[in-house]
Design a protein around this ligand. Structure first.
Ligand code: PHE
Length: 345
């Protein structure tokens, strides 16, 4: 074989090899090329230069071919941004839809809503950014009230038209004023205002197994003529018995919230034991939520006459309810996006 024939022969072998390669760039490492390069020093000086050039050319030929290949592969089809994600991608990026499940918190919110809806409460949504008027003023925390600091509120750097920072609601009570105003016509028809607001809240907490910066609460608001503390306690007891599917004892201790008077901390007998367990830390009681009779100023800020109407409100952490029900030991699992956690539900 003369040198030209050698090159042509190698080109044919390289082509076959090239077709079979997964990574086309690997062609530069082909043994056929190595062999040609190995030949160069064995040649007569007069042949050496031209042969070396031909081998280099051949290498370049395949390099260009591989580079061209890459460009074609990177020319992705146009994306239809209006289509669901799986129309645009060949293989699903996330879990296949048939393996997906409802997030445990969302599932429990449905159950909680359903219980309250059957008791005559409507379900309303909160929001993820709100103003200080709804977070504080309407809830009887005047400006400078020390209890404003208790909520570890996230605030924006930008301000609203009154020069005040916006807030990521630290409790669902921010919705009380809106709910009262929205349903005020019920009172004129002699029907109660009865609403729950299960939604997300945010606090600048130090994180641990029991504290997360983002969590869920369910707010309850009930206003009519002649509403009493007894009705508040009975409503919560009935709800918890439905939720845990068994009879429970409940108890209230005095507490303080600016927006309820009197205010209580509400506890239930441990649904999981008779004599003390890990869930109730051996005490048989679980402090669960804050509640009380709606403060007259809160009713007034929604144009409801506190001399005619009274009401109760409560705010309960949903994550805690679900953790107890499902035996989840760390609240941070909920927002972690860990599939090995989520797949259990
Ligand atoms: N918003 C209160 C909290 O998050 C709970 C609460 C709601 C208390 C309604 C009384 C009435 O701590």
């Amino acid at each position: 074989m003369n040198t030209t024939e050698r090159i042509d022969h190698a080109r044919a072998a390289l082509l076959t090899r090239y077709e079979a390669l997964e990574n086309k760039n690997d062609i530069v490492k082909a043994p056929e090329l190595k062999e040609l390069f190995g030949l160069i020093p064995t040649l007569q000086p007069d042949e050496r230069a031209s042969f070396g050039q031909a081998v280099n050319q051949l290498t370049q030929e395949f390099k260009d071919k591989a580079a061209g290949e890459k460009i074609v592969a990177e020319e992705l089809p146009a994306i239809d941004v209006t289509a669901p994600f799986d129309v645009n991608s060949k293989s699903p990026v996330l879990l296949p839809s048939e393996n997906g499940t409802v997030h445990p918190l969302m599932r429990e919110i449905e159950i909680i809503s359903d219980i309250f809806n059957r008791m005559g409460f409507v379900t309303e949504e909160s929001r993820e950014i709100d103003d200080q008027y709804h977070m504080f003023e309407t809830l009887n925390f005047p400006k400078g009230h020390p209890a404003r600091d208790d909520y570890d509120t996230f605030m924006t750097v930008e301000t609203d038209k009154d020069g005040e920072s916006l807030i990521a609601p630290a409790h669902t009570s921010t919705m009380q004023n809106r709910v009262l105003k929205k349903y005020i016509a019920n009172l004129e028809r002699d029907e109660p205002i009865a609403a729950i607001v299960p939604d997300r809240v945010f606090r600048n907490e130090d994180l641990d197994a029991r504290h997360e910066h983002t969590f869920y609460q369910v707010e309850g608001v009930y206003v009519a003529k002649g509403v009493t503390v007894g009705m508040l306690i009975a409503t919560l007891q009935k709800f918890l018995e439905e939720y845990y599917g068994k009879s429970l004892e409940v108890r209230v201790n005095p507490f303080y919230f600016p927006f309820t008077e009197p205010s209580f901390e509400f506890a239930l007998s441990c649904p999981f034991c008779e004599a003390g367990c890990a869930v109730c830390s051996g005490s048989r009681w679980i402090e669960l939520l804050g509640c009380g009779m709606i403060h007259p100023n809160v009713l007034r800020s929604a144009n409801i006459d506190p001399n005619v109407y009274t009401g109760f409100a409560f705010g309960c952490g949903i994550d805690r309810l679900v953790m107890m029900k499902a035996g989840i030991e760390d609240v941070r699992h909920f927002e972690s996006g860990k599939l090995d956690f989520l797949r259990q539900f």
